[in-house]
Design a binder for this molecule. Structure first.
Ligand SMILES: O=P(O)(O)OC[C@H]1O[C@H](O[C@H]2O[C@H](CO)[C@@H](O)[C@H](O)[C@H]2O)[C@H](O)[C@@H](O)[C@@H]1O
Length: 255
């Protein structure tokens, strides 16, 4: 399907769960073995390769080992930041994030945290994430903490974004769909491939559907990581087993 337009294709990829296996501690995540080589091979054949991630852009480059992938664009914080050719564009931090961080730190004090004991904060600068993967009962801890982080989001004017055993508090108005659209506007590709695994990837999947209606060839790859997001799996053209499966699908595109 893509072979005739491969050189005019934009390949956009999520990071955690798609290029990097899910691990217990966010700081321990690394791209699957061979990921940088596959991205290099892809970049040499397509119009553009991009990563669109909830991570800070420079962190995704570092954890992935992607600094020398030719022409790679990394859109961090869902598109708030952009890294390319070693240069990072990043707006000033929103003041509301500092307030949210203090409120979350308070929530996680041991004397308040009985129902989400083991939950941890990830301070991402432009946003704050609350993870429950290391709680005794991670899904129950996520449910228990939800009303409290919802209240923090409401009071600080930040957006609450759910993910894999995580809630993120981040500036509103940016999502992976809008960011994918921006890249398409800049590059006018004939085809778009998007690979993701989580709820935060759904706006990009929606953007691919809209692009198809406009005549752009689209392909969605769903990475089934440690859990499945049915709305994503049901809309995917290809469902693969985690980052290893994503890399294999990308290799197949080159054949
Ligand atoms: O858009 P992504 O690249 O998928 O990033 C989304 C969030 O991923 C990270 O959290 C997830 O992966 C962690 C490491 O495997 C895992 O421990 C956690 O449970 C997952 O939710 C990252 O920590 C967040 O900052 C990203 O926004």
């Amino acid at each position: 399907m893509l072979a005739p337009v491969l050189s005019e294709t934009l390949v956009a990829l999520d990071f955690d769960g798609t290029l990097a296996p899910i691990v217990e501690r966010p700081e321990d995540a690394r791209a699957a073995p061979g990921a940088a080589d596959v991205l290099t091979a892809i970049s040499n054949r397509v119009a553009r390769t991009a990563i669109i991630t909830g991570r800070p852009a420079a962190e995704a480059v570092r954890l992935g080992g992607f600094s020398s992938v030719p022409g790679l664009i990394v859109c961090g914080h869902y598109g708030l930041e952009r890294w390319s050719s070693g240069e990072l564009e990043s707006p000033p931090h929103a003041a509301a994030v500092a307030e949210a961080r203090a409120r979350v730190e308070d929530l996680l004090r041991p004397e308040r945290a009985d129902r989400w004991s083991g939950a941890s904060i990830e301070d991402k600068g432009h946003s704050v994430a609350v993870h429950t993967r290391r709680a005794a009962d991670p899904p129950a801890a996520l449910v228990a903490i939800e009303p409290y982080v919802t209240e923090i989001a409401r009071e600080t004017g930040l957006e609450l974004t759910p993910g894999r055993l995580v809630f993120e508090l981040r500036p509103a108005g940016v999502d992976k769909g809008a960011t994918l659209r921006e890249l398409v506007t800049e590059m006018s590709p004939s085809a778009v491939v998007y690979a993701g695994d989580d709820i935060g990837d759904l706006p990009a999947v929606e953007a691919v559907s809209a692009l198809r209606r406009e005549g752009v060839t689209g392909m969605v790859i769903c990475s089934e990581a440690d859990a499945v997001v049915p709305e994503l799996r049901d809309r995917a053209d290809l469902v693969v087993r985690g980052p290893e499966g994503v890399l294999e699908a990308l290799r197949q595109l080159l054949l």
